[in-house]
Design a protein around this ligand. Sequence first.
Ligand SMILES: *Cc1c(COP(=O)(O)O)cnc(C)c1O
Length: 363
Amino acid sequence: MPTLTRIFNFSAGPAMLPLPVLEQAQRDLVSLPGVGMSVMEISHRSKTFENLLDTAIADIRALAGVPSHYRILMLQGGATLQFSMVPMNLLAPGTTADYVDTGSWADKAIKEARKVGAVNVVGSTKADGYTRIPAAQELTLTPGAAYVHITSNNTIEGTEWKAPPEVGPAPLVVDASSDIFSGPIDVGRFGLIYAGAQKNLGPSGVTLVIIREDLVGRAPASVPIMLDYKIHADNNSLYNTPNTFGVYILGLTMTWLRSQGGLEGIARINQRKAGTLYAEIDRTGFYRGTARKDSRSLMNVTFRLRDEPLEALFEKEATAAGLDGLKGHRSVGGMRASIYNAFPEEGVDALVQFMREFERRRG
Ligand SMILES: *Cc1c(COP(=O)(O)O)cnc(C)c1O
């Protein structure tokens, strides 16, 4: 397809999808083989769609080793709606939810939970500009907490938990929007995992929720039906019309992920990609990583130029060279290279090449 040149897209989300996924969607867009209709035109209650949904869920279960006492849901409203749904379902009156404040998304989750009930911020790295993940001994957990909420990867600040914290008997809830399935995950450590799909799973408009069965059915009767996990669990995420096209693309992306060697395979690739980029950032001091080394994200690589006024030029020339979306989030500035699962290794090599060339000319 010579006229459809694709550039390297470092966008933080929605982000790059695997090319084979886009190509298959394009081939099957007008008519699904054997169906004669587009996936967007068929009933969500048809056998065809139920098969697509069930296959996607089965692939997720196999890829991540999701135990049978967990339910896998495909919801709408993004990760942001989960900021509300989690406390509306799990934060019963008279109980307290613990939140770890590691970045702007964690802060937003905290603000929504406070509208629902009692929240205890049990650790925060805000005073350090969110440049690191707190150590286990910095967390002062509430005995008997309804749950403990963490953000596994801080998309804006470029930090990532290397392992989930030990939180005792309280269910651990994780916003994994920006690093879900970037490597193996021990689902049994969590009570609830949620992620907007548009970073590592597929297009926007689908939210993956993996919830332990004993946490389903706890919402008080006053909770609107669409915000109750039980209605979605009882109806296999088909209580109302789901984002059928989004689920279809997510399913294709899971098939692609299997072809990469599953979560172990993709972890090796992600280590290599991030390793190459951080090595270049650390090479001379012309560039500088903004996250503390032990907290660096494999998904969102944040960095600055030693000479900060050069950053605008860096970004402009990078864009002209086909390296798009490198401008850091407006709240932190600098650069951010988002290199999720689907971001190709050649794109990282191209960025490193560009960084060296830029340093040679401007250093
Ligand atoms: C992108 C992101 C969100 C917001 O996701 P939406 O699907 O747009 O609501 C929340 N948390 C994290 C960690 C994110 O990266």
